[in-house]
Design a protein around this ligand. Sequence first.
Ligand SMILES: NC(=O)c1ccc[n+]([C@@H]2O[C@H](COP(=O)([O-])OP(=O)(O)OC[C@H]3O[C@@H](n4cnc5c(N)ncnc54)[C@H](OP(=O)(O)O)[C@@H]3O)[C@@H](O)[C@H]2O)c1
Length: 224
Amino acid sequence: MRTSLENEPRTTLIAGVSPAMLAVTDTLVEQDERVALFFRTKEKLQELTAHSTWKKEAVLPLLASVTDGKAVVRAYEKLIEWSPRLDCLIYNVGFEPNDETQTFSGAELVRVMGLNFYGFVNCFSLALPMFKRVGRGHAVIICGAAALVLEGQHAAYAASRAALQIYLRALRRELANQTVSITELYIGRKPTVRGPRRLSQREIVEGILQALRSRPEKHVMGIS
Ligand SMILES: NC(=O)c1ccc[n+]([C@@H]2O[C@H](COP(=O)([O-])OP(=O)(O)OC[C@H]3O[C@@H](n4cnc5c(N)ncnc54)[C@H](OP(=O)(O)O)[C@@H]3O)[C@@H](O)[C@H]2O)c1
C-alpha cells in the first residue's frame, strides 16, 4: 500500500481558510503538492473558487464546519476519493479574546471550546488513520500567542486552550512511535521601537512554511 502511495503527490488539508492560508496553498501547489480546504460556508467556498485558477486535481475545496462532526466525516470521504494520501493537517480555526470578549456564559464556553478544541479533535481523529497509511504525518495547530499565558485570560478561552495543549501533549506521547509530528504554532506580535506590531501576512506564511519543513513541537512567532 505504501509503495503505491509514494507515487502520489503529498497532500495537505487546511481547516480555516484565511488569506495567509491561501498563500500557503499557492506555495504548496507550486511545489506540485495537493491541498484540500475546509470552508465553513458555501458562500465563501463559491466566492473563492469562482476567482481561483487552481486546477481541480491540485486543490479541493470542501464544505465543512469543523465543529459539525458529521460534516467533517462527509468532507473526509470526498477527500479520500480525491487523494489516497494525507500528509499534513493545518488547523487554522480559532477564537482569540479581545477587549469586547464576554467574561463568561455557558453558550460562550460551548462556542469557544468548539472552535479551539473539538474542531481540531474532529479533524485530527480522521486525519490520523490517513497518516498511518502513509507511515508518517504532521499536524500544525495555529493559534494566538495569548494562548502561551493563560493566566488572566477569560475563562472560556483559557479552558479551551488549556484543554487543547494538554490533549496535544498526551497525543504526542501516545503517538511517539508512529512518526506523527504535532506542531503548536503561536502567532504573536513583532517588537519594534514604536511598540509591538501585528505580523504581516508574509511573515506569517514564512513561519508556517518553516514549521512545515522543520516539524518542531512548538514554534512561536513574535512575542505575546
Ligand atoms: N493571522 C493573525 O495575525 C493571527 C494573530 C493571532 C492569532 N491568530 C490565530 O490563528 C488562527 C487563525 O487566525 P486568522 O487570523 O487566520 O483567522 P481568520 O482570518 O478569521 O481565518 C480563520 C478561518 O477559519 C474559518 N472558520 C471559522 N469557523 C470555522 C468553522 N467552524 N469551520 C471551518 N472554518 C471556520 C473562518 O471562516 P469564516 O470567515 O467563514 O468565519 C476563516 O476563514 C486563530 O486561532 C487565530 O486566533 C492569527
